[in-house]
Design a protein around this ligand. Structure first.
Ligand SMILES: Nc1ncnc2c1ncn2[C@@H]1O[C@H](COP(=O)(O)OP(=O)(O)OP(=O)(O)O)[C@@H](O)[C@H]1O
Length: 356
């Protein structure tokens, strides 16, 4: 089922939680809603589910206005961070619960319930735990059971609100791969809320980046990571260095090095801010007369295939983060404390006024 939200506005008192949000969630895709705490992700999810009303705007499910339809009619499955499984029921009965409470006319037979629950337990690879009680499960197992329980009702949409938020890093990683595989099998339209950028980039078909109740960017994980549309997205997805420079007629001057930058032809001696990823900076030993940002090499952290360098500009106290391959770092034979030159190989410039 496809989901469309149009011009959604939502306030809590004076606080604007969602500011004119319009989005499309294509059928069968797994979309991540990503953004910092309080940006409105959960509110949007609850509005789609029908658990929260909008002030203005529309939710369309498969093209039909859902405003009048009750939560139950929307056929939405939920998994939350702390999903309350019934502690006094076995795993099997937890999953069967939604089927058993159906009205007599729609309730499956006992045989059908048995078959369906075992099928779901197979799907989440936990059939061997069917007669355990929730307190006898690990956190990761509990979330997989929660997902099986959400799937029991044959939802047309699956909404997951930080489903792995309470688990430790290693289990989170395993579970997000597992979720991706499960999604590839089932293809239920799914929306996944997270504030963890790595999780969103690894799991989702598409990422929606939100900030302060607004959508900042929508795209595939590669698009949003490689081509951030705004300074916020740059800063939120990975580390970034910000350099101030002069922007004039399509040229950005950074400490004497000039870069042609697209989209700024009209700029007249304006202040610009260049956003540069740590791996898009090269460094060389200092040579008089060569251009580049002069900096002192403060510290190096070289473990594994990458070397992380911390530099301090000599003309200000600003710190620059640089990532090199360990091989390149060894070739350079640099020493901590040495003065070196840093040169961005790729940058994206925003006029100062565009930076919020
Ligand atoms: N029922 C409510 N009453 C008042 N304010 C609310 C209510 N629900 C949410 N808010 C506020 O709306 C904003 C958005 O909340 P929301 O839960 O959607 O954020 P979020 O992006 O999911 O954040 P988190 O990652 O912390 O869960 C927050 O500032 C929150 O305090």
């Amino acid at each position: 089922m496809s989901i469309e939200v149009n011009n959604i506005n939502k306030r809590f008192g004076q606080f604007v939680a969602l500011d004119n949000v319009s989005l499309n969630f294509p059928s069968g895709e797994l979309t991540a809603l990503l953004g910092p705490s309080g940006c409105g992700k959960t509110t949007l999810l609850r509005i789609i589910a029908g658990l929260e009303h909008t002030d203005t705007g529309q939710v369309l499910l498969d093209g039909d206005d859902a405003s009048a339809s009750h939560v139950r009619e929307r056929q939405v499955g939920f998994v939350f961070q702390h999903y309350a499984l019934f502690k006094h029921m076995t795993v099997f009965e937890n999953i069967a619960f939604g089927l058993r409470v159906k009205s007599r006319a729609t309730r499956p037979s006992e045989k059908e319930i048995q078959e369906k629950v075992h099928r779901l337990l197979d799907l989440v690879q936990l059939d061997w735990l069917h007669d355990r009680y929730p307190p006898q499960l690990s956190g990761g197992q509990r979330q997989r059971i929660a997902l099986a329980r959400a799937l029991a009702a044959d939802p047309r949409v699956l909404l997951l609100d930080e489903p792995f938020g309470a688990l430790d890093a290693k289990v989170r990683k395993e579970l997000r791969r597992w979720l991706r595989r499960l999604h590839d099998e089932l293809h239920v339209t799914s929306i996944f809320v997270t504030h963890d950028q790595e999780e969103a980039l690894e799991v989702a078909d598409r990422v929606v980046l939100m900030n302060k109740g607004k959508v900042e960017q929508i795209g595939s994980p590669a698009e949003v990571y490689n081509h951030p549309a705004s300074p916020f997205v740059y800063g939120f997805l990975g580390s970034v260095n910000i350099f101030e420079g002069n922007l004039h007629a399509g040229v950005f001057d950074l400490a004497g090095t000039r870069f042609d930058v697209a989209g700024h032809d009209d700029a007249q001696n304006a202040k610009g801010l260049a956003y540069v990823r740590p791996h898009d900076i090269d460094v060389t030993r200092y040579v008089t007369g060569q251009t580049g940002i002069t900096a002192q090499l403060n510290r190096v952290h070289a473990i594994g295939p990458l070397a992380q360098l911390e530099l301090q500009r000599t003309d200000s106290s600003e710190i620059i983060e640089v990532t090199l391959s360990s091989e390149r770092y060894r070739e350079l034979e640099l020493k901590e404390g040495e003065i070196i030159l840093a040169r961005p190989s790729k940058l994206r410039v925003f006029a100062d006024g565009a930076v919020k």
